[in-house]
Ligand binder design. Structure first.
Ligand code: ADP
Ligand code: MG
Length: 218
């Protein structure tokens, strides 16, 4: 469905080097664990794979498209069609409830019937993530772990070819963490690519087919 190739990826914030020389190839069914302690550059690398941020140097290919060379319009098309991204610290529109926050990207484009289909699917995903009954809550009235799962639901609703999840099980109780690990396993079985960052979830590391210790790229 898609191959991702990173060649000699480097990222600096001004003069501060976060990592250099990251090269990786990912294809269908690959689960990449990006590991390292807090502050080591995991989120930065995930944002590069998620087409949210460009590397300072190096090349990144989605199939044969070199994404550092394409303009913002093509980049956002690519982001929309390939990537579901769940953030380390999710951001919601505070005046909208959970289900509205999930559906908001669809409002401008979708027909009424499409919207109700997406909504039905969203409710199923919330249920799958152990969040049934919370669809009309404001995000501010949820726990950190619940907010995190709502953000994951927002990524899953796109049925993405590439699922990127930043610290998916941090701050979660064991039961919720198990649900998330199962979702990642399911994605592997569906032959999708999953990229996640984690600093200490051993059970999650075991699901990965590839590991990248970001501390080795300084
Ligand atoms: P991790 O996810 O492993 O905790 P990050 O990728 O968030 O690490 O951060 C890596 C390093 O880059 C940290 O030292 C952080 O302070 C720095 N950093 C992250 N984002 C920025 C930014 N926008 N501007 C400057 N420095 C940043
Ligand atoms: Mg991080």
């Amino acid at each position: 469905m898609v191959d991702i190739t990173g060649k000699d990826l480097c990222k600096s914030y001004d003069k501060y080097l976060v990592f250099k020389g990251v090269s990786i190839e990912l294809s269908d069914g690959d689960i990449l664990a990006v590991i390292g302690p807090s502050g080591s550059g995991k989120t930065t690398l995930l944002k590069i794979f998620g087409l949210i941020m460009k590397p300072t140097s190096g090349e990144l290919y989605f199939d044969d498209i070199e994404v550092t060379r394409i303009d913002e319009t093509r980049l956002s098309d690519l982001r929309r069609s390939y990537i579901g991204y769940s953030f380390q610290e999710p951001i919601f529109i505070p005046s909208l409830n959970v289900i509205e926050n999930i559906l908001i990207p669809y409002y401008p484009y979708a027909s009424r019937s499409e919207l109700s289909r997406v909504k039905e699917n969203a409710l199923k995903i919330l249920d799958r993530l152990g969040l049934s009954g919370l669809d009309r809550r404001r995000p501010s009235d949820l726990s950190t772990g619940q907010r995190k799962r709502v953000d994951l639901a927002r990524a899953l609703i796109k049925d993405p070819k590439v699922l990127i999840v930043d610290e998916p099980t941090a701050n979660l109780d064991e039961e919720s963490a198990d649900i998330i690990r199962d979702v990642i396993r399911e994605y592997r079985e569906m032959n999708r690519i999953v990229i996640f960052a984690a600093h200490r979830d051993e059970k999650l590391f075991k699901i990965a087919s590839k590991k990248l210790d970001i501390t080795k790229y300084k």
